[in-house]
Design a protein around this ligand. Structure first.
Ligand SMILES: [Ca+2]
Ligand SMILES: [Ca+2]
Ligand SMILES: [Ca+2]
Length: 177
């Protein structure tokens, strides 16, 4: 694990989530990001899945605002974002990371889980990665890496492991778009 790779990826994540490009994160950035993902996955804006994703991104912003010490309508700077997430990944550990990211991951699984069995199969995963701009070959390779128990399905916990692995530089596929 290299800390510099981790902070590079956090800075990329910051740039992606700063949807209005003003150099800081606000609640509206997270709202826009949730809308963008819903559109990319073809979710109806009024569907339960879209509402869950919006709520999850709202809570994720609340977490960042609280940890950065700005109010619920405040702005989170890039340095604060990296500091908050470094602490989450390297100090607080896996359980805290999963607690913070699980609602977003569950909402993403809800958007992509076409057969509604709570798991992501190869076909659902390929459609997911297509939505974030990753091709079929890379999607198949990533599926094998993420499916750590080899049951041919990705669970929310396996997918959270994949987000951690991405941020530690052990996996090259960005699940969060
Ligand atoms: Ca912004
Ligand atoms: Ca499924
Ligand atoms: Ca599995």
């Amino acid at each position: 694990m290299t800390t510099s790779m981790a902070s590079d990826r956090l800075r990329q994540r910051f740039a992606k989530w700063d949807t209005n490009g003003n150099g800081s994160l606000e609640r509206t950035d997270f709202e826009q990001e949730a809308e963008r993902i819903c559109a990319a996955f073809g979710a109806q804006p009024q569907s339960k899945q879209a509402k869950n994703l919006r709520a999850a991104f709202g809570n994720l912003f609340d977490f960042h605002a609280r940890e950065a010490g700005v109010g619920p309508n405040g702005s989170v700077s890039e340095d604060d974002f990296v500091r908050v997430n470094d602490k989450l990944m390297f100090t607080d550990g896996e359980a805290s990371f999963n607690r913070v990211l699980r609602p977003v991951m569950q909402a993403l699984v809800g958007l992509c889980d076409r057969n509604a069995d709570g798991m992501i199969n190869q076909q659902e995963f390929s459609a997911w990665l297509d939505g974030v701009g990753v091709g079929e070959t890379q999607a198949r390779e990533a599926f094998r890496q993420i499916d750590t128990d080899n049951d041919g399905e990705l669970s929310v916990e396996e997918l959270l492991g994949a987000v951690r692995a991405f941020h530690y530089g052990k996996l090259d596929v960005p699940l969060l778009g």
